[in-house]
Design a protein around this ligand. Sequence first.
Ligand code: 6LW
Length: 503
Amino acid sequence: MSSAPARDNTINNPVIPGFHPDPSICRAGEDYYLACSSFEYYPGVPIFHSRDLVHWTQIGNALDRPSQLSLPPDSTSSGGLYAPTLRHHDGRFWLVITNVSGDGNLLFTATDPAGPWSDPVRLPGVHGIDPDLAWDDEGNCWCTVAGVSQIRIDPHTGETFGEPRRLWSGASGAKAPEAPHLYRIGEYWYLLIAEGGTERCHGVSIARSHTPNGPFEPCPTNPILTHRGTDHPIQNTGHGDLVQGPDSSWWMVFLGVRPRGGTPGWHVLGRETFLAPVTWTDGWPVVGEVSTAMAPPPWPLQEPAPVPARDDFELSELAPNWISLRSRPVENCMTKERSGWLSLRARGASLDDSEVVFVGRRQQHLSCRARALVDPAEGRGGLALRLDEQHHYEIEATDSEVRVIARIGPLRSVVASHPGTGAPVVLRIEAAVTRQVTDARQGPDTVSLGVEDADGAFLELAALDGRYLSTEVAGGFTGRVIGLYAAEGTVHFDWFDYEPLEN
Ligand code: 6LW
C-alpha cells in the first residue's frame, strides 16, 4: 500500500491517511521507517517504509504472531496497543509499546523492520504509557513514559535500575503530558511531549537539558505545534516525533484529524499521520505550516507505487494492510479452503460481539467505495464499516436475503431488506463526504449500502448519516475500518475492491 500521490506540485497531507495515530519515525541511512498504534486489531503495529518522507508503503506489522500479541477476547476496543516508539540504534531496530489489555510495556527488536520482530522483552518495572527509548554516550538506555518520568533499563532483559525520576509535567498546566521522545541534538538533550489530551486541545511542547535526565528548561514559545481554538481543517494536532530529511533538514511527523460537517464537526477516519517542516531558532525547533496540500520537500520524490483496487485473494497470506479483531486463528480465516477465495468461519454471531470474525482495512479516504463478491451459500456474513462493537453499519447476505443493519450505541436496527437470489452477490458500501454544509447540524458524510445487479448497476438499500461512525460519537482512539465478516457458518469472498472517490 502506498499513499499521498504527488498532485499539482503539492504533496497530500496526511502522508499516511486513515487510522494511523501516534506515529514514531526513525532513519537508517537512506531509509525511513514509521510505526503506529493499532489498539484492538491483529496483527498489530503497522510498519511503513519511505525514502522521501512523503510516500509510505506498509512493509509489515511488527506484532504478527500470538507469542508477541495477546489481546483477550473480552478486551475492549480502543484498548490493546498504544503509542510505539521506533528507533534504530547499534545496527538494530527497537520498538517499545504498551499493551494496555494485558502485558504492559513490551520491547521488540529486529534487524529488518519488515520482520520478523523478536518475541517481547517485558518491562514490568516501567509504569506508564507511551514509552520512549534513548541511549546516552555511556551506553545507558533511558525509558521515558507519559507523566513525564524516566527510568534506566537494560533493553535486553527488561530489568530496571533505580526509581523512576520525574522529568517534566508540561509547559502550560494542560492535561495529559504524554508521548515523550528524548533526543540528543547538538549540545542539548531535547524532550518532546504532547499535552492537552488527544482531542481538540492537543499540542506538542518541548524542553531541553544538558543531560538526558534533566533538569529541563521549557521552550519559551511552547506549544510548538497546536491547532487548538482555530478553524484549521486539520485539528487535534499533537503526538509528534522528529527526524532529519535526506538533506539534513528537520521534519516532524504527528497525528491530526480532519473533522467535517456542521458543528461540532465529526472525524471518521481516526487520527492520521501528517508531516510538517521544522526549522531551528535560538536552539529551539519551529514547526512550519501544516497543510493538507503542502509544498514538496527539496529532494526528488519517489514515484508512488500504483495501488491495485482489487484483492483477489489469490495468495496464501493476506497483505499486511488486512487487520482482524484481537486475533486471527487460521481455522476462522482461511485462504486455502476454496482456491482464490477468502473463507471466514463464524465465531461470534454479529459485529456486536467482540469475538466476531472480521477482516478489514482502514478507510483511508473521506470518499471511497468498497465492494466484495460474497457467496453466502454456507453461512451469513457480508461487508461492514466498523468503528467498534457499538458503532457499525453492514450489508449482510444469506441465501434468501440481503439486509442492511445499523448499530448505533445501544440501538440496533435492520434498516433495509432485499430478497437474495441464492447466488453469490456483490455488496457495496460507499462513503461520500459532505461537500457543502448548508445546515449547522449536517453530518460529515453519507454512507450508502446496497447491492449490484448483474450489469454492475448499484441498487442502494440505505443511505445513513456517517456521524454515528465518528470518534466524536463513538469515543475511543481508532477510526473506521471496512471489511468482511462471517456471523454464521462459513462465508466465502471471491474478491474485495477499495477505491478512493474524489473528495
Ligand atoms: C496515546 C497518547 C495519545 O497513548 O493517545 O495522542 C493515546 N496521544 O499518547 C492513544 O493513542
